[in-house]
Design a protein around this ligand. Structure first.
Ligand code: URA
Length: 245
């Protein structure tokens, strides 16, 4: 693919504008050599106005979502896309969120332009565990963990019971609920089903990933071995769930 087309797909502007960036010598290699449109290039070696390129096609980005931001490309702001460079919204294909977190939920959110991977991580057939730190209005009574683990808990309006989930007590009155589905408002609805009101919700883990080193509102691109581990975790969770049926 030509450099101008590549930059256009990454959202650096329409093809013509990217051709102008190149003609204006704003696109260079890391060593400062001017790149021309027909030149071979490697993503990591390209600089636009001295800055490295945005994540390459197929990247997976881990974002630490603050409360208040909406997981949508077009909704009432602020959107999670307000936390990343504006080019990310006009990339082809877009870096889409992997599932959603409610506006009033904080925590670990993945974005990727790898459609099959996104599908694999969100499809109900895959059972990747996700851990939520939950603050409740009232203390636990004692029967909640058993009810969540039973695999028979029904949420209002749903025909199927939710899959077994693990509840553990945490420091400072918080609890951690680990679920392996992604139903609408699932954690809040599960607690409502056992008579609790959730006052704060934070996704702390997604399969093997957590938020270590990523400040609230910040993001980082996953390394290739982290993406591999994520795929493997999804595959082994799906196999385990199939074996249990
Ligand atoms: N469960 C919820 O209730 N909300 C979220 O954002 C995620 C899981």
């Amino acid at each position: 693919m030509s450099l101008a087309r590549y930059l256009a797909r990454l959202g650096y502007g329409p093809r013509k504008a990217c051709e102008r960036l190149i003609a204006g010598q704003q696109v260079r290699s890391a060593s400062g050599a001017v790149l021309r449109d027909g030149d071979p290039f490697a993503h990591d070696d390209v600089r636009v106005d001295g800055a490295p390129l945005d994540p390459p096609p197929g990247a997976v980005v881990l974002l630490h979502k603050p409360v208040g931001y909406v997981c949508s490309t077009r909704d009432r702001p602020p959107l999670v896309y307000d936390l990343v460079p504006p080019r990310w919204l006009v990339r082809t294909p877009v870096l889409a969120t992997v599932g959603r977190l409610d506006a009033d939920t904080s925590g670990l959110l993945l974005l990727t332009d790898d459609g099959p991977l996104n599908h694999q991580l969100t499809s109900p057939r895959w059972h990747l565990p996700k851990g939520y730190d939950v603050t409740l209005a009232d203390p636990l009574r004692g029967d909640e963990a058993e009810r969540f683990a039973s695999g028979t808990l029904r949420l209002q309006g749903d025909d199927e019971p939710v899959r077994a989930a693990i509840l553990t007590a945490h420091d400072g009155g918080q609890v951690r609920l680990t679920i392996s589905e992604g139903r609408y408002h699932q954690v809040r609805r599960m607690f409502a089903a056992v008579g609790h009101h959730v006052t704060a919700l934070h996704r702390a883990t997604f399969g093997p990933l957590d938020l270590t080193g990523v400040n609230i509102g910040s993001w980082r691109v996953l390394a290739a071995d982290e993406v591999r581990a994520l795929r493997e975790a999804a595959q082994s969770a799906a196999r385990a769930a199939k074996g249990a049926r």
